[in-house]
Design a protein around this ligand. Structure first.
Ligand code: AGP
Length: 608
């Protein structure tokens, strides 16, 4: 997804901008560019290739103390050098980088063209440069203040003006922007990873903020030009945490970080003595908890699968009906939301546009919203008001791994919390569940210890061109997630099914050797799963079973077994999901795919 960077200070501006853009590569992009205020005016350099290519185009002698940069992920107009940001006005005085969508850009563009403006790109962004140009007399801030009310949709933009060389201006509405505070140098970015190398001091802009960066500091106004104050925060992630730490890929590193991320997510939240989960972040009084009539979980992609696991857990441990909705569907069909509805918005990035829009919609309709996210200060976290942070640390690989298992863990904690508060589970039962959750990091480690076994199995099947994944009950969403993981990073067609659905259609896909990954760990549906496995084997397909360590009989039914520790009904799906992450990873490596940055995908999907 698009990334914005900006720098003002005495450092090497081009170096800082290019380095910061490199840190945002993980978000996915198709082109990149920078604009600098140089002695002779504005210098704009763009490339429709990777950032290394952009770097080759930047003369080493180029000096500037102010600049902005951008990585673009096309939404309006194809990926090309012309459509790459920064975009300029007719006079070439102004340069803008933008993230988001200006929904009324065509209308604005037509009006501007009638007034003589000449557009060079197909982007919605370019209208911002021309509008500011039109509103500019001698004060850039005033021109921006006159421009923003005309823009409908979402935007985070940064702007420089050659006639106002000592400033960067930035505005935010529904798209993230964060300022980095250094000593005599200031940074601007879509996320903190871009400037963590230089400073850990940050200020998160709010919707409706304009930031004015100069060498002397940063000031903020609202969209009416009234001065406002914003709080500084210290970011705890260091850059090393965002680097690969010796693993071949971020994804593999992140898979192996799960014992730690699982420990962090439960840390300080489980009270085994009282059998209580400490989740005050939910922000509900006891009366409000008693008054919950339904839970709707809203999410996209992997987070949606975590939500499905959460539904089973909530229905097992509470008396509340739960539905799980895909963000892009829910945002247009939320009429059943109202008081008594608890909305749980799951999003590791906290910036997924469809989930964010669903949150806003639900709040408008009077629902209580709780966000579960990994990103402090993200749009969804701030809009929801009540946020449970996953504490997973940065996840750079586009494929979500450690954030999935943390989301599931938060859903489990929420289910226990609500079950206890509504009197649906005893303290004794809760204590057992909490001790199971506490054992999760240790179990996760023993799954990871078999990484090389999983790699061997992956190598056996890496040439297949179709995979099916099946599971039942809690393992059904794990099957969906296993299939999503494999398809997104290996480009092999894979689909997940509820095992009981096989005979209603998918069996037709099975012929000799088609690999079916069956999650067949010990659970109340184990016997049903083994019947499904027999159905599959009867069609001569190959079965790779994920099974419990102590299950000696399964080996006779299937082609290959990957073991997970014997664990409870709630814990074992998390362990199976780690096996499937490793499996997808190793298949993708065998296929020579760019694991961390799969084609056509972005880490953070901030447009609809
Ligand atoms: C998962 O591997 C994908 N990258 C994708 O499905 C992702 O989970 C989805 O875009 C939702 O992202 P979020 O959790 O940041 O909202």
């Amino acid at each position: 997804m698009c990334g914005i960077v900006g720098y003002i200070g005495a450092g090497k501006t081009t170096e800082v901008l290019l380095d910061s853009l490199g840190r945002l590569e993980y978000r996915g992009y198709d082109s990149a560019g920078i604009a600098l205020v140089c002695e002779d005016g504005l210098e704009v350099i763009k490339s429709a290739e990777r950032i290394v290519k952009l770097r080759e185009k930047v003369p080493s002698t180029l000096y500037a103390s102010v600049g902005i940069g951008h990585t673009r992920w096309a939404t309006h107009g194809k990926p090309s050098k012309t459509n790459a940001h920064p975009h300029q006005d007719c006079s070439g005085r102004i340069a803008v980088v933008h993230n988001g969508i200006i929904e009324n850009y065509q209308e604005i563009k037509r009006a501007l063209e009638k007034r003589g403006h000449v557009f060079t790109s197909e982007t919605d962004t370019e209208v911002i440069s021309h509008l500011v140009e039109e509103n500019y007399v001698d004060n850039t801030l005033r021109a921006i203040l006159a421009t923003v009310p005309k823009l409908q949709g979402s935007f985070a933009f940064a702007l420089i003006n050659k006639d106002d060389p000592g400033h960067i201006y930035a505005a935010r509405k529904d798209s993230p922007l964060v300022i980095g505070l250094g000593e005599g140098q200031y940074f601007l970015a879509s996320d903190v990873t871009a400037f963590l190398k230089y400073t850990k001091r940050a200020v998160f802009m709010e919707d409706g903020d304009i930031a004015i960066l100069s060498k002397d500091g940063v000031t903020f106004t609202d969209f009416h030009g009234r001065e406002i104050k914003r709080k500084e925060r210290v970011i705890e992630w260091d850059l090393e945490a965002a680097e690969k730490a010796g693993y071949d890929h971020f994804m593999l590193k992140e898979i192996h970080e799960q014992p730690k991320s699982l420990k962090d997510v439960i840390s300080g939240r489980l009270n085994e003595l009282s059998g209580e989960v400490e989740l005050g972040e939910i922000g509900l009084t006891q009366d409000e908890i008693n008054g919950i009539r339904r839970v709707i979980i809203v999410a996209c992609g992997t987070s949606y699968h975590a939500g499905l696991v959460g539904k089973y857990a909530l229905e097992m441990l509470t008396d509340i009906p739960v539905t799980v909705e895909i963000g892009s569907e829910f945002r247009y069909s939320s009429s059943r939301v109202g008081p008594g509805t608890l909305i749980v918005a799951l999003s590791q990035s906290g910036e997924t546009a469809d989930t964010a829009a669903s949150v806003r919609e639900a709040i408008k309709k009077g629902a209580h919203v709780v966000a579960i996210t990994n990103t402090v200060g993200s749009t969804i976290a701030r809009d929801a008001g009540n946020t449970i942070y996953m504490r997973s640390g940065p996840e750079i690989g586009v494929a979500a791994t450690k954030t999935f298992t943390s989301q599931v863990t938060v859903m489990y904690m929420m289910a226990i919390f609500l079950g206890r508060r509504r009197g649906m589970i005893t303290a004794e039962k809760a204590r057992i569940l909490l001790s199971e959750l506490k054992s999760l990091p240790k179990y996760a480690q023993s799954v990871l210890d078999q990484d090389s076994n999983v790699a061997n199995v992956a190598r056996l099947y890496a040439k297949a061109n179709l995979f099916l994944f099946v599971g039942r009950h809690l393992n059904y969403p794990i099957a969906l997630e296993g299939a999503l993981k494999l398809k997104e990073i290996s480009y092999i067609f894979s689909e997940g099914f509820a095992a009981g659905e096989l005979k209603h259609g998918p069996l037709a896909l099975l012929t000799t050797g088609v690999p079916v990954v069956a999650i067949a760990t010990r659970s109340p549906t184990y016997e049903k799963m083994t019947s499904n496995i027999k159905e599959i084997k009867a069609r001569d397909a190959s079965v790779i079973a994920v099974a419990s360590e102590s299950d000696e009989s399964i080996a006779q039914l299937v082609d290959v077994v990957i073991r997970v520790p014997d664990a409870s009904e709630l814990i074992s799906p998390v362990l199976s999901s780690i096996v499937l992450q490793l499996f997808a990873y190793h298949v993708a490596v065998c296929a020579g795919c760019p694991v961390d940055k799969p084609r056509n995908l972005a880490k953070s999907v901030t447009v609809e």
